[in-house]
Design a protein around this ligand. Structure first.
Ligand code: F0G
Length: 454
């Protein structure tokens, strides 16, 4: 059989309802043309993010009932700890309420003024946490990672020569750690190869600098390795995952992605001294180390989710459904970041609306058009997100269609394709935009914009 089906059946359903065009127009105006400000009840298909938006399994819900809510030493913590230790091999495992809490603790301990933190591409909260500590965030993805049409199999790889050059320029004392994001969310959800991780590790060893993973989508990255990297086709995903973590001295994880839960995060550390410092900060702002800002039931759901995400029928369906969306858009003439990413399709907004200059937010114009036309919510990953005060604008203007895990079926995706192709047919009517008001950091969440008459 060639058909790839959703490897689950549906037990609980949640209705979604279409709004009228007038209602959506009113919602856009009310929200200052920012879809983050539109209530979810007014969205038909929500592709804003794959983070915390997945459906949990029957076993995860069963775990929620089993949750031990003891303040210290809850049995749910030990189930979580044993699962994470089994998967990653790490001894020091701190639960946090989500990825950015792990980042905040990590960079409070290791960042600071005068420091420089390289990454393939920092995700926005990672960059913000690095900068909040006073350090500078530097992106060192390979050149292919900037080329929309490059079909490089591991476009998320870090440029090892640039990393070496950075060490020579800054000196190892100023670089507290090297971070690699798997998969590379801000660069199109593109994977990083084990060969690249090993090369980065060698540079880190030369300069006695720890290597950290931003491992939110570690399982999707591992499945790409299985499919694309020489010598891994017959390796179980678990052992590829283990090879990835074995190369690292630590990791931040948002469990809202490959942890398959609605809330939760993890901070993994090899070094006991560092763990002590991080644990003290955890107690200060998250909670006691056996719950770290979560309920016992959340730890149960994570323990189960981290197991389910490694099932290969799931990963196969997951990456294939994203690829299906990408293939259909490409066939309809819509330029996306090629090849399709693991958790999302990234539409090239500059190619979609060549009549809108980058400084007039072509990505946001497309995001608004998708909502207006079809009730679909996507997110701009371009200069609205990254071009705030004191930042270089990014070299790509993208719109991300992120796929929640186990939530939408193929017919939902067919609807999304049809809607995008209809908007593409009337792309000339999309209007340039300008910011009316915005905060200086993480501005895309709350900025207000308006459309300009061309
Ligand atoms: N790192 C990466 C690569 C991410 O994609 C995210 C979140 C985080 C860190 C932070 O994790 O949200 O749990 O605090 N990405 C979401 C997204 C929000 O939509 O891509 P968090």
């Amino acid at each position: 059989m060639k058909s790839i089906i959703e490897p689950f059946k549906i037990k609980v359903v949640e209705p979604i309802r279409m709004t009228t065009r007038e209602q959506r127009e009113e919602a856009l105006q009310r929200a200052g043309m920012n879809v983050f400000m539109i209530p979810a009840a007014e969205i038909l298909i929500d592709l804003l993010t794959d983070s915390g938006t997945g459906a949990m399994s029957a076993e995860q819900w069963a775990g929620m009932m089993r949750g031990d809510e003891s303040y210290a030493g809850a049995s749910s913590f030990f189930r979580f700890y044993d699962r994470l230790k089994g998967i990653t091999g790490f001894e020091h495992i701190l639960p946090t309420h989500q990825g950015r809490a792990s980042e905040r603790i990590l960079f409070e301990v290791m960042g600071g003024p005068g420091k420089v933190v390289p990454n393939n591409n920092h995700f926005d909260t990672t960059r913000a946490n690095v900068e909040h500590s006073g350090a500078r965030a530097v992106d060192l993805v390979i050149d292919e990672g900037h080329k929309v049409k490059s079909r490089h199999p591991f476009k998320g790889n870090m440029d090892v020569a640039k990393l070496e050059a950075l060490f020579k320029e800054e000196g190892e004392d100023r670089i507290p750690l090297v971070m690699v994001t798997v998969t590379n969310n801000s660069g199109g959800g593109q994977p990083v190869s084990l060969e690249n991780l090993r090369a980065v590790r060698r540079v880190c060893d030369t300069y006695r600098t720890p290597l950290f993973l931003d491992a939110c989508r570690f399982a999707e990255n591992a499945y790409f390795i299985k499919k694309r990297e020489l010598g891994y086709a017959d390796k179980p995903v678990e052992s590829i995952v283990r090879e990835m973590f074995d190369l690292a001295d630590g990791a931040t994880i948002s469990a809202k992605k490959d942890g398959m839960v609605n809330i939760g995060g993890v901070l993994l550390l090899r070094d006991s001294e560092l763990n002590q410092q991080a644990r003290n900060l955890l107690i200060l702002t998250e909670g006691f180390p056996t719950y770290g800002g979560l309920a016992g039931r959340d730890l149960e759901a994570m323990a189960q989710g981290f197991e389910e995400v490694l099932r290969e029928d799931y990963l196969h369906y997951r990456l294939r459904s994203v690829e299906y969306l990408g293939e259909r858009l490409l066939a309809g003439g819509v330029q996306i970041v090629e090849p399709p990413g693991g958790h999302a399709i990234y539409v090239d907004a500059l190619a979609f609306c060549p009549h809108i200059r980058p400084e007039h937010f072509p990505g946001q114009a497309l995001v608004c058009a998708l909502y207006r036309h079809a009730g679909i919510r996507a997110v701009e990953i371009g200069r609205l997100m990254f071009g705030g005060e004191g930042h270089e604008p990014p070299d790509m203007e993208l719109v991300r269609l992120a796929m929640p895990r186990r939530v939408y079926t193929q017919s939902h995706l067919d609807y999304v394709v049809e809607a995008i192709l209809e908007v593409y047919a009337m792309r000339d009517t999309l209007k340039p935009m300008e910011i009316v008001e915005a905060p200086s950091q993480l501005r895309h969440f709350t900025a207000k914009l308006r459309e300009l008459d061309p």
